[in-house]
Design a protein around this ligand. Structure first.
Ligand code: ZN
Length: 243
């Protein structure tokens, strides 16, 4: 389960290598924002397409293909998105354009989207209200979301109505059981939880576990390419601090 790769090839290579060393990968899920911010939009898509791949669209993907405009983006994000859009090959553009907003994976008993089932492209899963709305719309026990760039597990409220949520740490394993869950693997290409390491999660459908991992990668490699591309300095700097 990958999300928010944001055209960061060094980070993507690191997580795929890490995941493959742990388990053979049957399927790579990408929960949107393949592109934007980073310097290698075509390269990350070429690498991903060597795997059995399932994906959904994020706001940056939709903006890069012109399906939505960039007026909702802050200046740096808009500049980097436009830069990404100009570089996309025809094949990359077609791939992004064809991404659905929501995908169901019956084998994983999960539904996947970038933001939320209510507003797949835009909504951040920040509030209890958003989580409740998500659980109401889930026809499966689990949903995987991205968009916030922060790893998170939200448990369905029990009879008391209280929502339990926690930020899983590197190596943390969540056993899938009776309780329905919303899970966010964090961001591969631009983590925002003050940990600069790339984040992803491994879903084992046989053991019924989700393992969250953080993987160091050559941040300076991506930063150098961003500098060469003339991308906004603030976006270059934030990779080092992970926020
Ligand atoms: Zn994103």
């Amino acid at each position: 389960m990958l999300s928010d790769i944001h055209a960061n090839l060094a980070a993507l290579e690191a997580v795929l290598k890490h995941a493959e060393a742990r388990k053979g990968l049957d399927l790579v899920w990408s929960l949107g924002d393949f592109v934007g911010y980073g310097p290698q939009p075509n390269e990350i898509l070429e690498l991903l397409r060597r795997y059995p791949l399932a994906g959904v669209a994020g706001n940056h993907d939709r903006a890069a293909t012109g399906a939505i405009d960039r007026s909702e983006f802050n200046d740096d994000a808009a500049i980097a998105n436009a830069w990404n859009a100009r570089r996309l090959s025809e094949e990359s553009t077609a791939f992004l354009r064809d991404l659905p907003e929501v995908l169901l994976d019956p084998a994983a008993r999960a539904v996947c989207c970038h933001g939320s089932l209510r507003f797949p492209i835009w909504e951040y899963m920040y509030s209890d209200e958003a989580a409740v709305a998500q659980f109401e719309r889930m026809s499966t026990p689990y949903s995987f979301v991205g968009h916030t760039h922060v790893p998170l597990v939200i448990e369905e409220p029990d009879a008391s109505g209280e929502i339990d949520a926690f930020q899983p740490e590197d190596g943390e394993l969540v056993q899938l059981g009776e309780r329905r869950l919303i899970l966010n693997p964090g961001s591969v290409g631009q983590p925002r939880d003050h940990d600069s390491r790339a984040a992803y999660a491994l879903l084992d459908t046989e053991a019924r576990t989700v393992t969250f991992s953080r993987v160091p990668y050559a941040i300076e490699k991506t930063q150098m390419l961003m500098r060469e591309a003339g991308l906004p300095p603030r976006l270059i700097a934030r990779l080092r601090v992970g926020r």
